[in-house]
Design a protein around this ligand. Structure first.
Ligand code: AMP
Length: 360
């Protein structure tokens, strides 16, 4: 049984071998930990910087047993890891952080919004859609336009269709595969913001300054942080984050996506029970970035400081944009982070650049 705080030399298991796992592994190594990654893809971005990688499907019972046995604590970087796999690990006696509940709830958009509302985190009005017959009463209650999203496994804008006219509803449902869905009222947002928050094993919370995000075709392009927000808005975001984390008895870092409305209030769009793309700015804007913070939390260490010492504009490098690395590397204020992916497919997250400016 692991004893917390874990001492340097302990092993951290990570479910998922993508770029988030890679940057977690790099932070863990800096604190003296070893990392073992489980991912179905051989030679994954995280596996290549870890002590080892187990190559197996997420739900392979033998692989999960081995990961649990070699790790003092297991965490995850990929939110579509089957919650059942994490539950099995925890049931077998492995220390898992965050716990399986937050993962299971965040995987289902209806459960997620129901949870958020229950802990006092406001969202858009929504309705559960199980079959085409549910659409008309849902539209009558929520109004149009409304956004139809698959309940599960949608990300980066996939599995989502706008309904502007009731006559389009059935076609929209067919377009998302006729799968269980959620119908969401349109958020009339003026900005998309996000907050990265952490909770330690002792229940302490730490919240980073807000980021201001821009998306294109459903994919994050830039985060500027700290975002220019009023003290009231900052307080509101911190209170929302604290409620969400405490409700789960959460341990680790969570990304919380927010809509800022014209009246200065906030709605929660969605939560990710892991380190988050909109928190990459912390690598070059804060003394303790989100990756180290997550490792500290799951290892039972005290949380690190979250204040910003610089203003950062984070830009994702998608597909062939990563080929610009020689130009970016020559910029004096640019910090380049590449994920070691060979195949620069269009839209694929290959790296990011943090452009660092003085706080002003
Ligand atoms: P999601 O996959 O839920 O993060 O949605 C992707 C993007 O779609 C968000 O970043 C928003 O730009 C937009 N979006 C999602 N839900 C809504 C909504 N209810 N109202 C307006 N825009 C939305």
């Amino acid at each position: 049984m692991a004893r917390f705080p874990l001492p340097p030399g302990a092993t951290i298991g990570i479910l998922g071998g993508g770029q988030l796992g890679r940057m977690l592994a790099q932070a863990a190594a800096r604190l003296g930990f070893d990392v073992v990654v489980l991912d179905p893809q051989d030679n994954s971005p995280a596996g290549r910087v870890a002590r080892g990688q187990i190559v197996a499907p997420w739900d392979d019972p033998t692989a999960l047993t081995v990961l649990g046995e070699v790790s003092d604590v297991v965490t995850f970087e990929f939110e579509n890891v089957p919650a059942g796999a994490v539950e099995r690990l925890a049931a077998a006696g492995a220390e898992v952080a965050p716990g399986p509940t937050a993962l299971a709830i965040a995987q289902d958009r209806v459960d997620e919004k129901t949870y958020l509302n229950a802990v006092g985190a406001p969202t858009v009005p929504f309705a559960e859609i199980d079959c085409a017959d549910d659409l008309a009463p849902a539209i009558a209650r929520i109004g149009l336009p409304a956004l139809l999203k698959t309940r599960r496994e949608g990300y980066d804008g996939r599995g989502q269709v706008w309904i502007r006219d009731a006559a389009e509803a059935e076609a929209a449902f067919a377009a998302i595969g006729g799968r269980p869905a959620i119908l969401e009222a349109r958020a009339e947002f003026v900005r998309e913001l996000s907050v990265i928050a952490a909770r330690g094993r002792d229940g302490a919370t730490a919240v980073y300054p807000l980021g201001h995000n821009t998306h294109a075709e459903g994919i994050l392009r830039t985060t500027v942080a700290p975002a220019e927000v009023s003290d009231e808005l900052d307080e509101m975001a911190r209170a929302i984050a604290a409620n969400i984390l405490e409700g789960f008895d959460y341990v680790g870092v969570m990304g919380i996506e927010l809509f800022e409305l014209a009246d200065g209030t906030l709605l929660v769009n969605e939560i990710a029970p892991r380190v988050h793309n909109t928190g990459h700015w912390t690598q070059d804007g804060c003394a303790c970035d989100q990756f180290e913070q997550h490792i500290r939390a799951v290892a039972g260490w005290p949380l690190g400081p979250t204040a910003a010492h610089a203003r950062v504009e984070m830009t994702n490098l998608l597909g062939a944009e990563a080929h610009d690395w020689p130009v970016i590397a020559a910029e004096p204020d640019a910090r380049l982070h590449l994920y070691g992916k060979a195949d620069a497919r269009p839209g694929r997250k290959m790296g990011h650049v943090n452009r660092v400016k003085a706080l002003g």
